[in-house]
Design a protein around this ligand. Sequence first.
Ligand SMILES: NC(=O)c1ccc[n+]([C@@H]2O[C@H](COP(=O)([O-])OP(=O)(O)OC[C@H]3O[C@@H](n4cnc5c(N)ncnc54)[C@H](OP(=O)(O)O)[C@@H]3O)[C@@H](O)[C@H]2O)c1
Length: 333
Amino acid sequence: MLGAAGLLASAMVLCAYSAKISGVADSDDADVPPGKTMELAQSKLVDTPKYKTWISQGGISTLTMLKLNNKVVLITGLGQTTDSGWGIGAAIAALLAKQGATIFGGNRSLASGERTKSRIEDVGGQCHVQKTDVTDSASVKALVDACMQRHGRIDILINNVGKSEPGCPATMSESTWDAQVDLNLKSVYLTSHYVLPIMQKQDTGGSIVNVSSIAGMRYIGKPQIAYSATKAAIMQFTRATAVMYAAKGVRLNTVVPGLIYTPYTKEMAKRFAPGGDEEEYMRKRDGQVPMGKMGDAWDVANAVLFLASDEAKYITGQELVVDGGITSSTGRV
Ligand SMILES: NC(=O)c1ccc[n+]([C@@H]2O[C@H](COP(=O)([O-])OP(=O)(O)OC[C@H]3O[C@@H](n4cnc5c(N)ncnc54)[C@H](OP(=O)(O)O)[C@@H]3O)[C@@H](O)[C@H]2O)c1
């Protein structure tokens, strides 16, 4: 293990090295376009013996931090229904692709899945999508099989699909309850059922990140009993499975978003804003957050990236709450 002084010294060597190689790239590679110089310098740096020694001793480098090169990500619900804004699933897929991962996504509507695929490919990422219903076992198996056939491995699984229907136990119909349980919870079981045995067999194991909601931790101001119950269940599903698979090289964690501004939130405002006042609906949501505003899909995607990455290799069975402080507050200031 490196001591603090050793760590600092090594970091300084690394910085000096980086600067030196950056200088070489600047002077030697006149044809390198602006902005590419650092990239080139970094690619040279990671091939040096000093860099390799540093990493082999457990050193951390911002050059490779949170990079997902050669990783295959299976994600559900990456669809994007509109060309403007970003849904959480689409943002997660785009961010993970930007970090070098190959994306294989399942979505109910192929059209919205294809929209995310084009957005990813437009900036040089790799993505394939397949029409999938996450509540249907055969459809989920077909998604997993197709990913294995194409890429031969699954390093990261992101369970993003989820939706809330309003109602308390007395008013919610049995069919709505069942549909919510299938969509929000059974879907997580189904993907895990097919993917865990694959990850367990891989030398490098795997990482699963499930997307829950603070509605699974607190009452957040509107009756949505099935959503609250299923989102809470996802957290315990994740904790218990994380322990069962800890020694098998598979990590599971949950990201817990608070109030997030997405195209779906806009749709909710249209459906639920009292008197149709969508702006007031949004203002009220902003006002619930100690930070004064809703988060966005990238706030959630950044948390997912961290938990999915090798930098989180000793973290399993945990929840990462992304809520601008809501769950730490009594709601009174
Ligand atoms: N938005 C928020 O404020 C918020 C807050 C807390 C937690 N969350 C959680 O974050 C996750 C993402 O939420 P979001 O609002 O941003 O949604 P989203 O990622 O924009 O969209 C959800 C995606 O799931 C797809 N989908 C729906 N049912 C499906 C099914 N049966 N099989 C396969 N795909 C299906 C939808 O497909 P289509 O394109 O066909 O509709 C859509 O592309 C959810 O788990 C949600 O509970 C959201």
